[in-house]
Every structure is written in C-alpha cells, then in structure tokens.
Design a protein around this ligand. Structure first.
Ligand SMILES: CC(C)(COP(=O)(O)OP(=O)(O)OC[C@H]1O[C@@H](n2cnc3c(N)ncnc32)[C@H](O)[C@@H]1OP(=O)(O)O)[C@@H](O)C(=O)NCCC(=O)NCCS
Length: 137
C-alpha cells in the first residue's frame, strides 16, 4: 500500500463483520463514510475550521472489500476555492489472507469551511476552532 505522487495516507482501518452487507462483502456506505473522514483530514490541512461535506463526485466501487481487509485511504487536494476544497480520495485494500493489494474505490468530495452557525467562510481566515483547553485560537 503506497501513496502515489502528491497523495498522503489519511486513514487506515481493518474492516469487521459489522461492516458487511447481506452478501458478506463490505457495505458501500461504510466506504463512503471512510472517504468522508479522509476528506476532512485533507481539508483540515487548509484551515482549522468546521468542515462540512457538500458533495461527492464520481465515486466508483471497482472491487469488493472483504471482512478482514485493511483499507488505506490516500488523499490529495485537487482544487481550492474560497470556502471550498475538492479532495481526491483513492482507496486500496490489503487482502486479509494474502499480500495482494488492490485499488477498490476512488472519487472525490468537496468540503466547505463553515462558521459556528453553519455559514460558509473563507478557509484562509484565522482558525475558528478552540483548543482543547477552551481557548480560542
Ligand atoms: C455547505 C453549505 C454551507 C454551502 O452553502 P452555500 O450557501 O452553497 O454556500 P456558498 O454559496 O457560500 O458556497 C460555498 C462554497 O461551496 C461550493 N459549493 C456549494 N455547493 C456545491 C456543490 N454542490 N458542489 C461543489 N461545490 C459546492 C461553492 O462553489 C463555494 O465554493 P468557493 O467558496 O470555494 O467558491 C451548505 O450547502 C450546507 O450546509 N450543506 C450541508 C452540509 C452538511 O451538513 N454535510 C454533511 C452531510 S449530512
């Protein structure tokens, strides 16, 4: 499992029996949820704000993911605007019972930085989140 140029590893997780659909393979919604989390990880690099997902683009499930597979989510910033960042996500599965690594899913999502009221704000503005100690950054 290796990152391609301009990508970074955002998330790695092993899929469990609870993540399956009635066919016994991993439910696509679980992968979408992981993509959402990976997108946040990438967006956060552009500013310490609340980030919300406004759209998924072209997500393609190319191969099934199975119980026990370890999936790695690699992200890269495709495009930046004023309040939005489009993040590309590529998902690889390291099969449970072999050394095989396959690309299983790819796509992108657009994240938008918002204020405490949920209104979009430029992500280049000063951080709007508080530290764990409760002090404003
Ligand atoms: C995200 C949200 C705040 C955007 O509101 P909005 O009124 O469209 O905000 P703006 O018009 O200021 O647009 C903000 C940015 O989002 C982008 N954007 C809005 N809708 C988009 C879409 N469907 N696809 C891609 N980008 C979009 C705009 O182009 C703009 O980008 P820029 O500032 O970089 O040029 C609003 O749609 C929202 O709250 N959505 C729900 C988010 C959420 O709850 N997500 C979790 C899923 S349950």
């Amino acid at each position: 499992m290796a990152a391609e140029q301009n990508e970074k590893l955002a998330l790695r997780v092993q899929l469990m029996p609870r993540d399956t659909n009635p066919l016994g393979t991993v439910f696509g919604g679980v992968i979408l949820s992981l993509i959402d989390q990976a997108g946040f990880d990438e967006a956060r690099r552009h500013g310490l704000h609340r980030w919300v997902t406004v759209a998924f683009h072209g997500v393609e499930f190319k191969r099934p993911v199975r119980v026990g597979d370890r999936v790695s989510l690699f992200t890269r910033t495709i495009k930046t605007g004023t309040c939005s960042v489009e993040v590309g996500v590529r998902v690889e599965a390291h099969r449970f019972q072999s050394e095989e690594v396959v690309e299983v899913t790819s796509g992108s999502l657009t994240m938008v930085s918002v204020d405490a009221d949920g209104h979009s704000i430029p992500f280049s503005s000063p951080p709007t989140l508080a530290t764990p100690e409760g002090q404003d950054l």
